[in-house]
Design a protein around this ligand. Structure first.
Ligand SMILES: Nc1ncnc2c1ncn2[C@@H]1O[C@H](COP(=O)(O)OP(=O)(O)OP(=O)(O)O)[C@@H](O)[C@H]1O
Length: 467
């Protein structure tokens, strides 16, 4: 691969080249131009450049490819013409013939999911499936965008082993990452992208020390400040109210039991962390609480003191919730501007169908400033990068500072500064007793002290108070 004198709206790259025996990691913050750089490498964006020699027929993993597959599956959904839900293309059909014998399937815990339809896979499982597809098809070049995002810890380790083995077998692997902790040990070379330029490149051991300097010069886009919102903290002595109460809860699809005997009670201030391997039922549990999964009716579940299935309106319950999830992100496909997406959080809609007040407009602009996106307020949301879209969806959930904030892997695709910014803001929310937070993450550095209980799915003994 060779790039010389490349110029694009957000990148100026004088020289970048790789050799066949090298595997590269490109590290950059969300605003470094790294998403555009990846799109250039995959041929999705064509910049002006003196030399642009890119790998032929590479295997590609990216947020865009995952979204394209999902949207294609939606287009082919035949549920309306069948007497049952169309599960979509079975996972096995995405893999090259003979893949079912690959040990990597078991290593990534995907053997039991091969007959499930693509849309039934959990977000981590669908990412693993596309990773498997690209790895097993035997491409000589792999281009992977944030490959560890959304994978459970065991999955990250197994993927790391597989990529290290591919590197040893002369497959040229290039990964881009937004978090320095994700820089893999097996990559032989490292480049750092900062403000649209490659500021360091070379052997991993020669460049890694420069990460700290670049990180301290950067600052994340997410800069929300609770004080300026003018919200009154809830007095400490206020009695706690019951927000969620699930008794002896269970979730099952056919023969596949996700969890059972789960007691989950969340009162105001009882910020709750939910963890567990990919496919253990975290999103299913959260969808039961948000009313987006019919399993809530089969369970003894009270939300805000109201028994589910008692004729209540889900929209009334949603009024007190703010939600971010991989599922919301991939389904936020309604046309609209960035500003309209933030405003839609006030009405719990996908798309904006009501006229907001002047105060609401101002508040949305305030949130766009806090996410570094005020300049893109009038641009179509779908044209933003994945990380920018994620920041907008976070703003959409936070704009109404709801009683219950449901954040399912909210930091996917975000860099360290943005993750830290969001978690600091959540800390402020918790300290001022504004919202109660229900949070899912695979990243251990997000397991902050403000969480009061920890629900572990997919392991013995599902629930425990935080140590
Ligand atoms: N409609 C459905 N029909 C059959 N199985 C389903 C359906 N929806 C989800 N599943 C299965 O339920 C399991 C749990 O999915 P869920 O999304 O809750 O997992 P998760 O713990 O959130 O995973 P991840 O960490 O990857 O996001 C998965 O194995 C998934 O394939």
């Amino acid at each position: 691969m060779q790039i010389s004198n490349l110029s694009s709206p957000s990148l100026k790259i004088t020289d970048f080249s790789t050799l066949p025996d090298q595997s590269w990691c490109i590290y950059g913050a969300n605003d470094s131009g790294i998403e555009e750089f990846f799109a250039i490498l995959t041929g999705d964006v064509t910049p002006t450049a003196e030399v642009l020699s890119l790998p032929e027929a590479p295997g590609i993993i990216s947020f865009k490819i995952q979204q394209d597959i999902y949207e294609n599956e939606l287009r082919n959904d035949d549920s309306d013409f069948l007497d049952h839900l169309d599960p979509g293309t079975p996972a096995i059909a995405f893999l090259p013939p003979g893949s079912d014998r690959s040990p990597l399937l078991a290593a990534l815990a995907m053997t039991d999911s091969l007959n499930e339809g693509y849309r039934q896979l959990s977000s981590g499982q669908s990412r693993k499936l596309i990773l498997l597809r690209e790895i097993l098809k035997g491409a000589r070049h792999l281009l992977l965008q944030n490959p560890y995002d959304g994978l459970d810890q065991a999955g990250c380790l197994e993927l790391d082993k597989a990529l290290a083995a591919l590197h040893r077998h002369q497959v040229q692997v290039l990964v881009t990452v937004n978090n320095s902790e994700d820089i893999p040990a097996w990559c032989s070379h490292l480049a750092i992208l900062h403000q649209g330029r490659i500021v360091a490149q070379g052997k991993r051991e020669d460049v890694i020390n420069q990460i700290d300097t670049v990180q301290s010069a950067a600052k994340g886009a997410f800069q929300a400040v609770l004080d300026t919102l003018g919200v009154t903290p809830t007095p400490p002595g206020n009695p706690a109210e019951e927000l969620v109460n699930l008794k002896d809860g269970f979730a099952r699809y056919g023969q596949h039991l996700l969890f059972e005997h789960l007691d989950l009670r969340i009162d105001t201030g009882c910020h709750t962390l939910v963890t567990g391997p990919n496919g253990s039922g975290k999103s299913t549990l959260l969808h039961m609480i948000t009313g987006d999964n019919p399993k809530c009716y089969a369970n003894d579940l009270r939300i805000f003191g109201i028994q589910r299935g008692s004729g209540e309106s889900i929209w009334e319950l949603k009024r007190d919730m703010g939600i971010v999830s991989p599922d919301l992100h991939r389904n936020y496909r309604a046309p609209g501007t960035t500003r309209q997406v933030v405003l839609s959080g006030l009405f719990d809609s996908i798309g904006l169908y009501r006229r907001p007040t002047g105060v609401q407009e101002q508040r949305a602009m305030q949130w766009l400033e806090w996410t570094g996106l005020a300049g893109r307020a009038s641009q179509p949301f779908r044209r933003l990068s994945f990380a920018e879209q994620r920041l907008v969806l976070i703003a959409r959930a936070l704009i109404k500072l709801p009683r219950l904030l449901i954040l399912d892997e909210p930091t996917q695709g975000l860099d360290g500064h943005n993750r830290a910014g969001l978690l600091q803001f959540l800390e402020q929310i918790a300290a001022n007793r504004i919202s109660t937070i229900l949070y899912v993450s695979h990243r251990q550095d997000e397991y902050r002290p403000f969480f009061r209980q920890h629900i572990r799915l997919g392991t013995a003994g599902p629930s425990a108070p935080m140590p």
